[in-house]
Design a protein. Structure first.
Length: 187
């Protein structure tokens, strides 16, 4: 039995590299179509855990409207917060799992911190496009079911200088798909 894909949908593969040409992990790529695109659906079951005094995963990508749980798997208390414009919140000292998840209703980047453990930092990237992903350790990412058309590729990576915009470039997706090389100024 064959799965039915949208008319002229294709796979778009990306190879993401850093400033020295090395494969770049945890780069967030979003394809934004010219004109209207389908509304995104909130994701379910998303956790950003605190484990070994670190946020896991380090970078999380969600769609607008997604609720995220912040379970504390450490034996010490954490005080998770964000002062980011996309979502300000605070989960005061706690262990285990907070009673309610945090909802992310605005596209943007949220920097996570712990008020007790200053070395703890993590990121949540909230997108309003259905074609997005995060590069693997080998710098590769594949987006499937992308309709043919004109897009703007927008990127983000934690290694870019604060306040620096990520790369933006036009991408034309044909019915056969394609491979796109993406080079970010990250060392």
């Amino acid at each position: 039995m064959l799965a039915h894909l949208p008319a002229q949908a294709a796979a778009v593969k990306f190879q993401v590299s850093g400033a020295q040409g090395q494969p770049l992990a945890d780069a967030v790529l979003m394809l934004e179509p010219q004109g209207a695109h389908p509304a995104v659906k909130p994701l379910e079951g998303i956790d950003v855990a605190q484990e070994n005094r670190a946020f896991l995963p380090l970078v999380t990508v969600v769609t607008v409207g997604t609720k995220v749980q912040f379970p504390n798997r450490d034996s010490v208390r954490h005080h998770v917060y964000s002062f980011s414009e996309a979502r300000k919140f605070e989960l005061k000292l706690y262990v285990g799992k907070p009673e309610k998840p945090i909802s992310f209703d605005k596209a943007g980047v949220v920097v996570l911190g712990c008020n007790i453990h200053d070395q703890m930092v993590g990121w949540i990237v909230i997108t309003d496009t259905p074609w997005y992903g995060k590069s693997a350790a080998n710098g590769q990412l594949s987006l499937t079911d992308v309709p043919a058309g004109n897009y703007t590729l927008r990127t983000w990576h934690a290694g870019l200088p604060p306040g620096s915009p990520g790369l933006e470039q036009p991408v034309v997706v044909g019915p056969a798909g394609q491979t796109v090389a993406v080079k970010l100024g990250v060392r």
